[in-house]
Ligand binder design. Sequence first.
Ligand SMILES: Cc1cc2nc3c(=O)[nH]c(=O)nc-3n(C[C@H](O)[C@H](O)[C@H](O)COP(=O)(O)OP(=O)(O)OC[C@H]3O[C@@H](n4cnc5c(N)ncnc54)[C@H](O)[C@@H]3O)c2cc1C
Length: 494
Amino acid sequence: MSIKSKVIVIGGGIGGLSTAALLLKEGYEVELLEKNEILGGRARKFEDKGFVFDMGPSWYMMPEVFEEVFKSLGYKISDLYNLVRLPVNYKVFFDNNRTYTIYSDLEKNLETFEKTERGAGEKLKNYLNRTKLLYEITMKDLILMDYKNIKLEKFLKLFNLLPNINLSGSFHSVISKQFNNEDLQKILEFATVFLGGSPYNTPAFYTIINYADFNLGIWYPMGGMHKIVEALSKIAQDLGVSIVTSEEVQKINIDKNKKTANIVSTLKKDYKADYVVVNADYAYAEMNLLEKDFQTYDENYWRKRTMSPSALIIYLGVNKKINNLEHHNLYFNDTWKESFDFIFKNPRWPSNPSYYIHMPSKTDPSMAPEEGESLMILVPVAPGLQDTEEIRNNLAEKIIKHLENLIGEDISNHVVVKRIFSHSNFASDYNAYKGTALGLAHTLGQTAIFRPKNKSKKVKNLFYVGQYTNPGIGVPITMLSSKIVTNLLTKNGL
Ligand SMILES: Cc1cc2nc3c(=O)[nH]c(=O)nc-3n(C[C@H](O)[C@H](O)[C@H](O)COP(=O)(O)OP(=O)(O)OC[C@H]3O[C@@H](n4cnc5c(N)ncnc54)[C@H](O)[C@@H]3O)c2cc1C
């Protein structure tokens, strides 16, 4: 290319940063505009009084995907951060003092399943072998598809190639057919929350996530998940991406004759573009940055979609060591199905929710001062709820008290940092539709060919990257989204 085509990337989340770097490597001139002061989007971090908090993602799964994307950029993970495999995947608490520990050692987990339900150890082994096959086919043949040209029949044919795998029905239907014990069912089913759904509305296909958890393991970059953002930002900048922070895009202007996006406007400046890649929330961008005639998915479309939950997140810095928690911890209440109804069927604030506790200082002393712990407590809640100060504070208080009873340790009297984040913060910080944490849930009707496309149908040079589009939600998956967009854009040939 003698005169380089110019790409404007709107948003500096994981998707925007990785696309910007990949496109620059392909020879484009790339400028990235991010509304916030710092990069990373939902994967931002904050620090206070020596405590460090990853604000969003905390589970580093599917390490081979990170390896692959960084390899495309010319790097090895070991050049970028120190990645360790956690010896304990997570600890699960139930009511009445029942706890389970899931280890990186599969044999130990098979024993736990066997001890809990006769025959469940062997069943888990067989189940994971089947999900392994499905996982491998997905990663090899399906995940990088752009679904633009593929016919439904071809897609279904691929699925038919899979012998002995139950792909019909929900995640829960597959699990409950094999395991009777409800604790074991919940241990296998909670991962649907990573996909923005519930065991009842997530298709059976996604049982591959159990293989990712039990077999591929849970990993951690020393220094925190933000190391991924730091690595991507540095690579992008070293390659020559121009990054402008505190620059919120207001409009994508379209040349109406050519049906191409030609100028991206912020309050400060107009940026000329040959291509535009949107990493900002898809719903927001279509409804707010484009005129109606150029929206592929209008307000009516988004109103009817199943959005993934929002979250009430409590970041706590405490000046004591907590003995009874592991790095990742989960509490599951006894009203499992009803809890998901609170999110998806009859949206309202929960009174006794299940929740997740991240305590990275267990593994990484740099995350908290000596003799302290940094905690993130996350409660998934329905999107679109009103989150007044009173509601947020009352629920946070209740959860902290509950956690103290659950682990038998005093927390309240040791809090030195406390911050609460929920719907209104997701909306104001990321322009998140209904304050969703994860974008579009992976229901059957919102998966693969049914997910909003990586390329606009109305504007020839407009692309979308990130968790709303293909392949979907999660840090590694969003990085793969950037590979799809890079492929599409380089082949676009306007
Ligand atoms: C609480 C929480 C926990 C999670 N846990 C995990 C986990 O454990 N493991 C995992 O793999 N994934 C996890 N995820 C999911 C993962 O973080 C996301 O899927 C991924 O980070 C999404 O990246 P993205 O690039 O699509 O979007 P975002 O991170 O949202 O990036 C979009 C960017 O666009 C910017 N933007 C918006 N509007 C504009 C505008 N008008 N102009 C300029 N910029 C704009 C935003 O500020 C943002 O920086 C979690 C997410 C959350 C919220």
